[in-house]
Design a protein around this ligand. Structure first.
Ligand code: AMP
Length: 115
């Protein structure tokens, strides 16, 4: 756990969040400022600041985060209508919390390219 990391504190239960699902390695909770009817963040319990900090040994964890997004999309009823699972890396891509997280967004039509 990293001191002063918001998402480490959420994973540890020190800061409340609307958790929707969790496992040994990850926690999923609703985004406080949702950008779609369903907007859930899936975070590893381990503190990893950005995707750039992951090496080849992170492949399994990254895969399981994406599979968690798939499972939660089904739970939320957006698997068939469509959803987006995105990971912002560094400020130029919009990352504001430096503990990696997959955004699961769905429940509305989405444009491409993203802004
Ligand atoms: P990013 O900009 O990709 O780093 O995403 C960070 C996300 O965390 C944003 O969508 C925020 O709305 C969300 N967020 C920030 N603080 C909280 C919080 N306390 N609980 C839930 N979501 C949060």
């Amino acid at each position: 756990m990293a001191a002063d990391c918001l998402f480490c504190k959420i994973a540890a239960g020190e800061i409340p969040a609307e958790t929707v699902k969790q496992a040994d390695e990850w926690v999923a909770f609703r985004d406080i400022n949702p950008q779609a009817p369903t907007h859930i963040l899936i975070i590893p319990r381990e503190h990893i600041p950005t995707l750039n900090d992951m090496g080849p040994d992170g492949a399994g964890l990254l895969g399981r985060l994406l599979l968690a997004a798939k499972e939660i999309a089904a739970d939320e009823g957006i698997a068939d209508s469509g959803y987006r699972a995105v990971l912002n890396c560094n400020p130029g891509a919009g990352q504001s919390v430096f503990h990696i997280h997959v955004h699961l967004l769905g429940g509305r039509a989405m444009g491409w390219p993203p802004g």
